[in-house]
Design a protein around this ligand. Structure first.
Ligand code: T5A
Length: 211
């Protein structure tokens, strides 16, 4: 029987360096012989990418916090069924740019949606699927926003105030502290090479478990 693959998620605030890390980490894992599926949230499927276009559209002012939360989970439910679960079942590893922790941080922390409601959605929409490893790129809000600002127009979430992103960061850090077996917190103010090195180090135990 094919052993189930490993599921790694990347999390962090705006401009924390997830995309930068993703490229290096993907190359490393493939070099190690991992059959890897890379994906992202919201998005990762045709339906999810359509949802992403809606939730990040800076011109869409009519979206309520409740609708935003449900759309994040609609994208996630589709991604889990269409790509993540089949890949893991086939022994592939999945590297996902954000997963359910982002809903706790952004919709729970940022928007103030009740955490227990998010937990209910998690159980229902993902069957409680949890990453084997979550790399949290932690960075002061001002540093991340300054990095992200270099990229052009802000999306619908990036236009939020600093206080929103402080709450996002706080929820991420609280969740990481509560589940140290799953989370590895990486100081994202280090150089990209140092961040990659820390991330690679954090994946070692997953290989041990494959045998
Ligand atoms: N969202 C998502 C929710 O609200 N709820 C949810 O449930 C989910 C899943 C998605 C948005 O949706 C929200 C969260 C987000 O607002 P996204 O595609 O994940 O958005 O994009 P962002 O979080 O906006 O990610 P960014 O593209 O802003 O940041 P990254 O990918 O973390 O950063 P990156 O790698 O592009 O780097 C930004 C800049 O910094 C430089 C890079 O060169 C780049 O210029 N940089 C560094 N500079 C110095 N030192 C380093 N170590 C650096 N690493 C990168």
């Amino acid at each position: 029987m094919t052993p189930r693959g490993k599921f790694i998620s990347l999390e962090g605030g705006e401009g924390a360096g997830k995309s930068t890390l993703l490229a290096g980490l993907q190359a490393h894992l493939v070099e190690q012989g991992v059959d890897l599926v890379q994906t992202r949230e919201p998005g990762g499927t045709p339906l999810g990418e359509a949802i992403r276009a809606i939730v990040l559209d800076a011109g869409r002012r009519d979206l309520s916090a409740e609708s935003e939360l449900l759309l994040m989970f609609a994208s996630r439910a589709q991604l889990v069924r269409e790509r993540i679960e089949p890949a893991l079942a086939a022994g592939k590893w999945v590297l996902c740019d954000r997963f359910t922790d982002a809903s706790y941080a952004y919709q729970g922390g940022g928007r103030g949606m009740p955490m227990e409601r998010i937990a209910e959605l998690e159980r229902w929409a993902t069957n409680g699927l949890t990453p084997d490893l979550t790399l949290l790129l932690d960075l002061p809000v001002a540093t991340g926003r300054a990095r992200a600002a270099g990229r052009g127009e802000a999306d619908r979430i990036e236009v939020e105030a600093d206080a929103f992103f402080e709450r996002v960061r706080e929820v991420y850090r609280t969740r990481a502290a509560a589940d140290p077996a799953r989370f590895r917190v990486i100081d994202a103010s280090l150089t990209p090479a140092q961040v990659l090195e820390a991330a690679i180090g954090a994946t070692h135990h997953l290989f041990g478990a494959v045998a």
